[in-house]
Design a binder for this molecule. Structure first.
Ligand SMILES: Cc1cc2nc3c(=O)[nH]c(=O)nc-3n(C[C@H](O)[C@H](O)[C@H](O)COP(=O)(O)OP(=O)(O)OC[C@H]3O[C@@H](n4cnc5c(N)ncnc54)[C@H](O)[C@@H]3O)c2cc1C
Length: 489
């Protein structure tokens, strides 16, 4: 049995932010994650917007955490080396009714503490982004875009650097409280773990884990969102995220968002599903996105489609009325040693560190924590060869010839970067794990050229058999055997 001071169930952006914040103290921290990596679930299936915080009801945790997370993000991005651009955002309207809703939104933004929002006309919109649809818009200067994969990975790797231990492929299946008050967690095939404290950051499964830990009654309704990813050729036309005026229920329909790497995301739509982890997309959903996306983004053309994907927002709903609830961040005296984070839907990426600080503050109410003098908040990611000026690229190749070999031609990712990714501090060894860390296979050909080469490199570097290398989760094997004899090592 492995023993920790604190065990975190779920290593997405929330669990990883909590792990990092706990490492500021002298604590033995363990993270149990059922999947092959930290951003395979909701944290890797979203828009990557750093929300400003004007959408949420004043006084809620969603409003407070979004504004706090937004305003501190320049420093966070520098500290953790996360690709981030404070682009601003347009929320566009076509009708008088839209104008009224946008004016209400500016008022709500002011109450929540969002600086600089203003209503602008078409002329100013054209100066900001001529590809944006609409007759008028709110311009919100504090909104931004970030790489949600690299943010989650950076939080997790920084936690590991500061002493946390991640257990991947480790699904928590049961829980007991021992006579001395310690929590005992059973896992599927990875043995038992014990800890004084358990943090529930299990995302779509957070209500289930909450009940397992002794706090029943919460309900999570997964709300699916589907997306198109557009080629960088479309990205040159997208300067700024463009959202439609909010619906009557104060949610946003399809929007067009540039990514930090120069692609465009069109989506998400929004509909309830039973299985939040069914990430398939539907033809009808994609047809709808084509139509609604074209209203937001003038260059929404089929020639630009390179991929689709989906995610599901873990919305906590009132079991009786179905009404959507605020984030839940709780510690209860009747269930000692549990910090419960339930219903962390959007703006969860923006709010990850503010949520984590609140979770740690709840723990500190019960236990005096000793600061960790060795805590180092700085993380350095893998340096992107593609983004370097020519003289730096030449120097890199002179220093290390592996920078001279391009493995992913669409995104110009070198062998040197792939090797660094294969030897990542979390021990992730899937092809998708390399993809999110380097962008290899994220380009126009979607891995047609480089996936087999990456598979071979994982096999060589980690001493695996080719049949053992997976694309992502579970049994998604890249190869299942040989058609004609061949080398079986
Ligand atoms: C379509 C969409 C768009 C969004 N857009 C934005 C946006 O633009 N900006 C923004 O701020 N937010 C956005 N969000 C919200 C944001 O993505 C989430 O709030 C955030 O990623 C939640 O992080 P998490 O760590 O709680 O969840 P997850 O990333 O799902 O992590 C939970 C982890 O728990 C693990 N787990 C579950 N059960 C167990 C178990 N029994 N044992 C071990 N591990 C377990 C899971 O495998 C998972 O990895 C969006 C969400 C969606 C779906």
């Amino acid at each position: 049995m492995q023993n920790y001071d604190v065990i975190i169930i779920g290593g997405g952006v929330i669990g990883s932010a909590v792990a990092r914040e706990l490492c500021r103290y002298r604590l033995k921290v363990g993270v149990l994650e059922k999947e092959s990596d930290v951003c395979t679930q909701t944290s890797g299936r979203n828009t990557g917007m750093l929300h400003a915080g004007f959408l949420y009801k004043p006084g809620t945790l969603k409003a407070a955490c979004a504004v706090e997370g937004n305003l501190e993000f320049d420093q966070v991005a520098r500290e953790l080396d996360v690709p981030f651009k404070r682009t601003g955002k347009l929320i566009v309207g076509f009708t008088e009714e839209h104008r009224q809703r946008l004016l209400q939104m500016i008022e709500r933004g002011k109450i929540n503490g969002v600086p600089g929002m203003e209503l602008i006309g078409r002329k100013r919109m054209d100066e900001i982004d001529p590809s944006a649809g609409g007759n008028f818009a709110i311009y919100c200067p504090t909104s931004g875009i970030l790489d949600p994969f690299l943010y989650t990975v950076a939080l997790a790797e920084n936690a590991v650097k500061n002493g946390a231990k991640y257990h991947l492929y480790t699904k928590v299946t049961g829980h007991e409280v021992l006579p001395d008050g310690m929590h005992l967690l059973h896992t599927a095939g990875k043995g038992d773990f014990s800890a004084r404290w358990v943090v529930n950051s299990a995302g779509l499964q957070s209500a289930e884990i909450s009940a397992m830990l002794g706090i029943p009654g919460y309900v999570i309704q997964p709300i699916k969102g589907e997306y198109f990813v557009l080629d960088k050729k479309a990205g040159v036309f997208a300067r700024i995220p463009v959202y439609p005026a909010p619906t009557e229920k104060n949610t946003f329909d399809t929007h067009a968002t540039p990514t930090v790497d120069g692609n465009v995301l069109v989506g998400p739509n929004s509909f309830p599903v039973e299985d939040g982890e069914d990430y398939s997309v539907s033809q009808s959903g994609m047809d709808g996105l084509q139509e609604s996306g074209a209203r937001m983004f003038a260059h929404m053309k089929r020639d630009y489609y390179i991929r689709t994907f989906a995610g599901a927002r873990p919305k906590r709903i009132d079991p009786l009325t179905g009404e959507i609830q605020d984030f839940l961040i709780e510690r209860r005296d009747d269930v000692p040693g549990v910090i419960n984070l339930v219903g962390i839907e959007s703006p969860g990426i923006t709010s990850a560190l503010p949520i984590a600080r609140r979770a740690v503050a709840l723990l500190r109410e019960k236990e005096a924590l000793t600061p960790n003098p060795d805590f180092d908040p700085v993380h350095r990611g893998i340096r992107r060869f593609h983004d370097q000026p020519a003289d730096v690229q030449a120097a890199l190749i002179r220093e290390n010839p592996d920078y001279g070999e391009i493995v992913c031609r669409c995104e110009t990712v070198t062998r040197a970067e792939i090797l660094q990714a294969i030897h990542n501090p979390l021990g992730v060894c899937t092809v998708n794990g390399i993809k999110v860390r380097t962008r290899a296979s994220m380009g126009r050909c979607q891995g047609g050229y480089c996936e087999t080469r990456i598979t071979a490199m994982i096999r060589e570097e980690l001493g695996k058999k080719v049949e053992e290398v997976c694309l992502g989760n579970g049994s998604s094997y890249m190869f299942t055997g040989y058609v004609k004899g061949g080398d079986r090592t």
